[in-house]
Design a protein. Structure first.
Length: 553
């Protein structure tokens, strides 16, 4: 007869062998709660806190998102023209609304497009080097507010930028078990200029950041779900078969089944790669991260062959939950191309037979050939650009990208004025965040803190791949892909300064003063730089006072 799982067991203790310590004691002491405490740590007794504090759990992140939304949506239609690479993606998005795929434009179409004249759109297809997800989202905003409305061009990226603030705040609360630190993380993401500018410009990189962040949040939730499942299934097997040796269930551990948070991460990662191919690195990095987390869980549970058990029982299901799902969501984003007859390379397979590959449908062969051309073309982008920035310089914002710049006369109460949009981030947040990443690497090496490892993984897959292409023309605004993890690293360090909840009152008060001073100072710095992020017209001398480094000009 099955025994009821005992949930009243004492906290786990180490046995002399160092394994399966939650099994020490009589068999009646086996319990789901004991193993869960070992795998997930002490419970965050959220429901036992006062109601007012529980309300702040949701209210505080929402308030940071509201602040972020105000900074992103107010004056979103400024500048009232295509800026920087909007010249590609906004016009491609309009092509999607018309035909479902990218079409070519006549020479010098921007002046007409800015005035709402779309007659420069041609019937011929256009070769592009980026997949369609981000452009479809830009098209959605244009559909809502009209294709001639600059607010509509930028609406979708402002939405995902605002949602990213909320996700960062909730994710920080989850990782650090602190509403205060979650609020700080959301606030820093809300007021940072680099994130603000990316959310106010119809480029693709903000979508890459957003979908990767969604996937990371889903995998953090999956980590808890997987450990909960492991604890419950292992405890149940031991309770259901009391006459069998304990070691039998501790060889490889149980199957954990399909984990739906992983499937959700797969969908998000497919959309991430469907915005830009740099999302492929997030698929690889996050896929390995979730497997390492499974290995750690089985080892902590006392599984003898935890490495082999993970490879046999977790890895195949994890692969199927992420990679094929990501591929399916990626291919789904090409629906407009598949449904068309005239899109670029759409009919390539019909005139290029491939013996031995006839079993593959023609549209897929055509798309594969198209992707080969996209890859080759993307690597060949090595032309010089005044705002190109080597990835090593991103740590200190060595060369921020100027998206828009005009210098009118007598429009601001001064002889010469400036109206600019620059991807300069908040210097305090970026410089402190870069230092926090270096500190976190050492902290992870010494402490093996899983939160530090996860944050570093998100940063690494968003940053390190760009070091492999030193000859390619790259820009600082690509760094938006890893910015949420830089902010989480910074908040991790602020949490260490703040101290643990059970620390002496004087220690917490001291930490609170330091953290509070940092946040207030960051807000003041953002207020100082805000005109450069929102295309406000200021005097030329005022603009120069913001150029703290010569390379920012």
């Amino acid at each position: 007869m099955s025994q009821k799982l005992d949930e009243r067991v004492p906290p786990p203790r180490l046995d002399p062998g160092g394994q399966a310590s939650w099994l020490v004691g009589p068999r009646s002491a086996f319990g789901f709660r004991a193993l869960q405490r070992r795998l997930q740590g002490p419970r965050w007794r959220f429901l036992e806190t006062p109601l007012s504090l529980r309300l702040w759990y949701w209210l505080a992140p929402v308030l940071t998102a509201v602040i972020g939304g105000v900074l992103r949506f107010v004056r979103l239609d400024e500048p009232r023209s295509l800026v920087f690479d909007e010249t590609y993606y906004v016009k491609d998005a309009y092509s999607f609304l018309v035909s479902g795929f990218e079409r070519s434009w006549d020479k010098d179409p921007n002046a007409k497009f800015n005035s709402g004249d779309f007659s420069a759109l041609l019937d011929s297809p256009e070769f592009v080097v980026h997949p369609p997800v981000g452009k479809w989202l830009i098209a959605a905003g244009m559909q809502l507010f009209g294709p001639a409305n600059t607010f509509g061009w930028r609406f979708s990226t402002a939405v995902v930028g605002t949602l990213s603030v909320l996700i960062v705040a909730l994710l920080a609360q989850k990782l650090f078990r602190s509403t205060l630190l979650g609020t700080v993380a959301g606030l820093l993401m809300a007021v940072d200029g680099h994130a603000i500018v990316q959310s106010r410009t119809a480029l693709l990189d903000n979508f890459v950041m957003f979908f990767a962040l969604l996937a990371f949040a889903a995998l953090v939730l999956d980590r808890d779900d997987g450990r909960r499942r492991l604890a419950r299934r292992l405890a149940r097997k031991l309770a259901d078969e009391p006459d069998k040796p304990r070691s039998r269930h501790l060889l490889y551990g149980p199957w954990l089944g399909i984990r739906w948070w992983r499937v959700a991460a797969g969908v998000a990662l497919g959309l991430c790669a469907g915005s830009k191919w740099s999302g492929l690195f997030f698929i690889a990095g996050f896929g390995l991260l979730t497997i390492f987390w499974d290995m750690s869980a089985r080892r902590a549970a006392g599984i003898r062959y935890w490495f082999t058990g993970t490879l046999l029982k977790d890895s195949p299901v994890a692969f199927l939950s992420i990679v094929p799902v990501a591929l399916a969501s990626y291919l789904a984003s090409w629906t407009g191309w598949f449904l068309s007859n005239d899109a670029y390379n759409r009919q390539w397979a019909s005139s290029n037979p491939a013996p031995g590959w006839d079993w593959l449908p023609g549209p897929l062969r055509s798309l594969w050939n198209y992707h080969q051309s996209m890859y080759t073309s993307g690597l060949s982008i090595t032309s010089d650009h005044p705002y190109k920035a080597n990835a090593w310089s991103w740590f200190v914002m060595g060369r921020p990208t100027s998206f828009f710049a005009e210098y009118p006369d007598n429009q601001c109460g001064a002889a010469k004025c400036a109206q600019v949009v620059s991807s300069i981030g908040n210097p305090l947040i970026w410089w402190a965040g870069s230092a926090a990443l270096v500190f976190l690497l050492g902290y992870w090496i010494l402490r093996r803190d899983w939160r530090a490892g996860g944050i570093l993984c998100g940063w690494a897959v968003g940053y390190l791949p760009w070091l492999m292409y030193p000859e390619r023309t790259i820009f600082f605004f690509y760094a938006i892909a890893y910015e949420p993890y830089m902010i989480l690293a910074l908040v991790f360090c602020l949490g260490l300064i703040l101290g643990k909840p059970d620390a002496p009152p004087w220690r917490r008060q001291q930490g609170m003063v330091i953290v509070g001073f940092f946040v207030v100072l960051a807000i003041l710095v953002s207020a100082f730089f805000l005109p450069l992020w929102t295309a406000q017209t200021i005097s030329y001398d005022d603009w120069r006072s913001h150029m703290w480094m010569p390379s920012w000009i």
